[in-house]
Design a binder for this molecule. Structure first.
Ligand SMILES: Cc1cc2nc3c(=O)[nH]c(=O)nc-3n(C[C@H](O)[C@H](O)[C@H](O)COP(=O)(O)OP(=O)(O)OC[C@H]3O[C@@H](n4cnc5c(N)ncnc54)[C@H](O)[C@@H]3O)c2cc1C
Length: 295
């Protein structure tokens, strides 16, 4: 038997309306998979040599490819917006730069022409590169079902590797980001086995911004991937930073604490110990850089 036998047979359908999606989800159940760029889906179908009988392409549904931005309302991205569209958008680059930095690290340029933000979120890989940016910008997911829309903070959407809090009759329609804090500076650091085209061994996204109410005069948000069953924030570290007058020692302690909270498993890309130490190093590097530009 070939190690990679190729794609199993499947039926391809393109949805014309949300109602058609709901009807098909009901009729076909787990034998149907929603599809966007297919860059995760096809690899999984190929490697497992089995898969859904039907792929339902939902990229063309209303709102799925829209990008809306306003300084007071924030940013709303349709779930089918591609990573290259994010990277090329001047308002996203200006107001949510960590989204662009993260998008630019995913695979390669050709892949990013197909890979969508919604697919990256719904695939729920612990190493998803867009996840730290979504966490630090407090993304809210807009989920569509026959009963209407509901919103869910992105952190509540990931429940385990490959597992999401999506009901059987729902799909992800869009992602909303509130306006970023005034004066925010951000950074995404990704460590892979090579500089280009590898999944994250560790990725740390950080945002810092002035907050005169805190003893530090600043507040930080930190989102980390690849070192726990789901991407996560580290509120205890964020609070520690806000509550202390910042110094090199305080940043080092915060980075140590982030390392202690991380819970990676050994995998083909790195040992758990190496991943933990890299959480510390990347966190420290990012905090220092952001602190430096906010001083
Ligand atoms: C060569 C290669 C390199 C890669 N490198 C990286 C990398 O560096 N970093 C990284 O994070 N990822 C990487 N990926 C993974 C992948 O490209 C991204 O996760 C991508 O963003 C997935 O988007 P997609 O549109 O292709 O999703 P799809 O494959 O179409 O869908 C992914 C999953 O989400 C579900 N889904 C999609 N849209 C919806 C929706 N609207 N509602 C509900 N469920 C939905 C699908 O059913 C499927 O289970 C790589 C993949 C390849 C093949």
């Amino acid at each position: 038997m070939l190690a990679r036998p190729g794609l199993p047979d499947f039926e391809y359908l393109k949805a014309e309306s949300p109602q058609e999606v709901f009807n098909l989800l009901k009729d076909k159940g787990p034998d149907l998979k929603l599809m966007m760029g297919g860059t995760d889906l096809f690899v999984q179908m190929r490697d497992r040599d089995s898969g859904p009988g039907t792929l339902l392409d939902i990229k063309g549904l209303p709102g799925m490819q829209e990008i809306e931005f306003g300084k007071t309302v924030g940013l709303t991205l349709g779930a089918a917006v591609t990573l290259n569209q994010i990277s090329a958008h001047k308002d996203i680059r200006k107001y949510y730069p960590v989204l662009c930095q993260a998008a630019d690290t995913v695979g390669n340029y050709q892949l990013r022409n197909r890979a969508t933000l919604g697919g990256n979120i719904c695939n729920a890989s612990p190493s998803a590169d867009m996840a730290p940016a979504l966490l630090i910008y407090d993304a809210e997911l807009i989920l569509e079902s026959p009963g209407g829309e509901r919103q869910l903070p992105v952190a509540e959407f990931w429940v385990g590797p490959g597992k999401i809090a999506l009901k059987e009759d729902e799909y992800l329609k869009a992602i909303h980001f509130p306006p970023p804090p005034e004066g925010a500076v951000g950074q995404y650091y990704k460590l892979g086995r090579s500089k280009m085209g590898d999944l994250a061994i560790v990725g740390v996204g950080m945002l810092g911004y002035p907050d005169p109410e805190t003893p530090a005069g600043l507040r930080f948000k930190i989102g980390i991937n690849s070192t726990a069953p789901t991407p996560y924030r580290v509120p205890a570290v964020e609070d520690y930073l806000a509550q202390h007058s910042l110094s090199d020692d305080v940043l080092s302690q915060a980075a140590e604490d982030a390392m202690d909270i991380s819970a990676p498993i050994e995998d083909i890309r790195a040992t758990a110990l190496y991943q933990k130490k890299m959480v510390r190093n990347l966190t420290k590097k990012g905090l220092k850089e952001i602190w430096g530009s906010l001083k």
